[in-house]
Design a protein around this ligand. Sequence first.
Ligand code: TYD
Length: 214
Amino acid sequence: MIGKLFMQAQFITLDGIDGAGKSTNLAVIKDWFEARNLPVLFTREPGGTPVGEALREILLDPATKAGLHTETLLMFAARRQHIEDVILPALERGVNVVSDRFTDATFAYQGGGRGVPLEEIAVLENWVQGGFRPDLTILLDVPLEVSMQRIGKNREKDRFEQEEAGFFTRVREVYLNRAAASPERYAVIDSNRDIGEVRKSINAVLDGHFNRYS
Ligand code: TYD
């Protein structure tokens, strides 16, 4: 078989419960790509497009009254535009894409947190995304107490951060279950450690992934 002439661009997502350290570790991922001079686009959900960012405002505003189904549909509405306008075009140009959250968050928050049946979310996932899935999902994990402590430090809590501990317990459980069910796609990172240690783990995951797929 003839080897690949060039590496296919990868779609990587970073996810985890609030307070798991996404911001810090997005910077780690940025550094990794910069050090290797690989083309990459950083984006986020909900958001990433004008309509997606407008939906984000609504979804995160504590004053918004939206039922669990509406909330779920808005997440997927934002996602569809994001995939069409940003993610797929970048991948087609050979640019890797890193998304700060993706569909795992819908399973975890709207499914685990709010109680939308996971199989209903899976139906929407297939409808909105077809077979499109991340090539790699880095799941940052911390114990609930750590998450609660970190969220507690936020001055202004968004609509999700205002939820109680039980909500986040269920969110975390769904993330971990999904990762356990598809270990080939997920890298679970214990981010309740020294930042340097977490950085090493993330670098190792990215090294391994790109060696495997290049
Ligand atoms: P977050 O990513 O934590 O942004 P910041 O780091 O700026 O606080 O905020 C997004 C929130 O939206 C987060 O609480 C999780 C929630 N969310 C869902 O509930 N479902 C989804 O599908 C997505 C993408 C996010």
